[in-house]
Design a protein around this ligand. Structure first.
Ligand code: GTP
Ligand code: SPV
Ligand code: MN
Length: 590
């Protein structure tokens, strides 16, 4: 038989700096074996089979959910742990009041103590990955070292991982070092540490989501936001969606909503039948890297390759695209199971949970069957509305930026900022009810500027200044909006139907950007008048639209006072321009 025409270099020989670092970590953590991740399909199949044999994965009903598996995390390890997440910069001021801070040396020492010998009976996986299209100058690379094969499977879906990424690292020389161990999954021995000045991450004691898939929040937001500031771009907690109007014009929006506040759903929304002719194209569902382009516009890439999405609430009515997308080749984490091995979650109209997310016989007295932060991991290419421009090296041009929160009251359905500077204040003013995406109390309003409170790798004061600087550079800055899909009536019901109907609001924005539609001035920004929103075929309770678009001056005065107090915490790092914007609104409100 003929020899293979082309013999591939073994991965450990491809890039010496990575190999040297792996050696250092091997000495520290003492793994039984080392597995360099190639990124082939055969490798993913083998890893999956191994996890099925060890019962860490359950094969789901092959007729209804072909290629799908269920993983259950430790019951005390089900969400991000913001109270154990640190930014370790030499100066505490650089981390800012928005972050927990630890001195880098002290943090390294503490982590070394935890990592020492922690992989003795385990395999160390080396995952080279690329955030962003492989051939894009806007992409950045990293290597995650982990002892969790579940993390490897997730990273293979969520990033461009394997040989091609390592080849790029070898060429470029620069990569973010991420060291991860599940440790004993002990919440008392759990830390997520970031060293932006060293481009490194150390995560111990959790195997879940943003704590453990280091390419996602740790790299693509906390470390990348720091890099972006020094390099003149923005790393944001934003979806990217393309909307093609019935006239055939496509515009892209990037939207920042806090965790579990509707990004994945908006990114793949289905236009209602009463708005014929619209088409939706998803570029990203969670993170956007935004760059000023040579043409004076803002351009966006999605650094990720898959979705780690909230499962509960997903059904054929709320989001048929998402529902179809997760019916094959999907990894479910912490959902419930039916008697015939189908995944089940709250919000499904049919089926009956037999085992809850912990694998116990389902008992409603113990809470929901699926964990409220149960997730699906799936390739973006499974999305029926996957944009053909997702892999474009320069990204897509952004027409409008949208900020939004989950607020029962105060924030109207939508308003428009007067200009970029006002828009930066609008983003900085974002507040939202907390959700199950992070450990802690759910449903309490907190300030979450730009939806980045848990994710900005440096002082918010400097971050807002950076936003102002980026805008000043743009000859054609996107317009900036604020939305709230979550207003409630006094009985607690949502005033706005949300999901696909949100397109009506996005369409108003695009009409505004094209100068085709009017608005009413208000103290806080421009609001649609009743005739400005397309309400064809929309069934709203009487008076709902008026409530949704009303600004109550007394409530807003209180909101602004809260905002002023909050901004004051940033002291001398707070840009004067933001205070000036705040003052303008205060004066307009009277
Ligand atoms: P992360 O992945 O945590 O960043 O969340 P996300 O911002 O992508 O939120 P996602 O789209 O997954 O939605 C979170 C929850 O909000 C789900 O249970 C959705 O069903 C629900 N949801 C999403 N959009 C809407 C909406 O327009 N209206 C209402 N009422 N609920 C929504
Ligand atoms: C979020 O919490 O915003 C998520 C899920 O998107 S996680 O990957 O855990 O950060
Ligand atoms: Mn998110």
């Amino acid at each position: 038989m003929a020899a293979p025409a082309h013999k591939m270099t073994p991965l450990p020989e491809l890039c010496r700096p990575v190999a040297e670092w792996v050696n250092t970590v091997r000495e520290l953590t003492q793994p039984r074996a080392i597995h360099w991740v190639e990124g082939t399909e055969a490798e993913a199949r083998e890893l999956t089979a191994q996890l099925v044999r060890s019962k860490e994965l359950t094969v789901l009903n092959g007729e209804q959910f072909p290629g799908c598996h269920l993983a259950r995390s430790a019951p005390n390890d089900v969400a991000r742990v913001e109270h154990l997440t640190y930014i370790c910069t030499r100066s505490q001021e650089d981390a800012g009041p928005n972050n927990h801070w630890m001195d880098p040396q002290q943090a390294h020492e503490r982590m070394r103590g935890l990592f020492r010998g922690c992989m003795r009976e385990r395999t160390l996986y080396v995952i080279p990955y690329c955030m962003g299209p492989l051939d894009s100058p806007l992409s950045r690379r990293g290597v995650e070292l982990t002892d969790s094969p579940y993390v490897v499977l997730n990273m293979l879906i969520m990033t461009r991982a394997g040989r091609a990424a390592l080849e790029l690292i070898a060429r470029d020389g620069r990569f973010v070092k991420g060291l991860h161990s599940i440790g004993e999954l002990d919440p008392e021995r759990r830390f997520i540490m970031h060293f932006p000045e060293e481009l490194s991450i150390e995560s111990f004691g959790s195997g879940y989501g943003g704590n453990a898939l280091l390419g996602k929040k740790c790299h693509a937001l906390r470390i990348a936001s720091w890099q972006a500031r020094t390099e003149g771009w923005l790393a944001e907690h934003m979806l990217i969606v393309g909307l093609q109007s019935p006239q055939g014009e496509t515009h892209y929006l990037a939207c920042a909503f806090p965790s579990s506040c509707g990004k994945t759903n908006l990114a793949m929304l289905i236009p209602p039948d009463s708005l014929p002719g619209w088409r939706v194209f998803t570029v990203g569902d969670d993170i956007a890297w935004l760059h000023p382009g040579a043409d004076g516009r803002l351009w966006a890439i999605n650094p990720e390759a898959g979705y780690f999405g909230v499962v509960p609430g997903t059904n054929a009515q709320t989001n048929r695209n998402a529902y179809e997308m997760i019916r094959r080749d999907t990894l479910f984490t912490n959902v419930a199971l039916t008697g015939d091995n189908q995944p089940w979650w709250e919000g499904l109209p049919a089926g009956k949970p037999v085992l809850d997310w912990q694998g116990r016989p389902y008992d409603p007295a113990r809470g929901p069957a699926a964990h409220p932060n149960s997730r699906f991991t799936v390739s973006a290419k499974r999305n029926p509305s996957y944009s053909p421009h997702s892999e474009d090296a320069r990204g897509v041009p952004i027409t409008a930026l949208v900020f939004g929160g989950r607020r029962r009251e105060v924030a109207p359905l939508v308003y428009e900022a007067r200009d970029w500077q006002h828009g930066v204040l609008v983003g900085a003013s974002l507040a939202s009810e907390t959700t199950a995406a992070a450990v802690g109390q759910v449903g309490v309003v907190r300030r979450d500027p730009m939806a980045m409170q848990p994710f900005c790798g440096y002082n918010f004061g400097d971050y807002w200044q950076h936003w102002l600087d980026v805008g000043a550079q743009l000859a054609h800055p996107p317009r900036i909006y604020h939305v709230n899909w979550f207003r409630r009536d006094p009985g607690g019901a949502f005033l706005w139907p949300g999901f696909g109907e949100n397109l009506r609001v996005l369409a108003w924005m695009l009409d505004r950007c094209a100068g085709r539609v009017g608005a009413a001035e208000s103290a806080i920004g421009r609001l649609p008048r009743p005739q400005d929103l397309n309400t064809n075929g929309l069934a709203l309770a009487s008076g709902a639209l008026e409530s949704l678009c009303a600004i109550d001056a007394a409530i807003w005065r209180k909101e602004l006072a809260d905002m002023r107090e909050y901004l004051g915490r940033y002291g001398s790092r707070l840009p004067a321009a933001l205070l000036a914007e705040l003052k303008t609104i205060e004066q307009r409100l009277g």
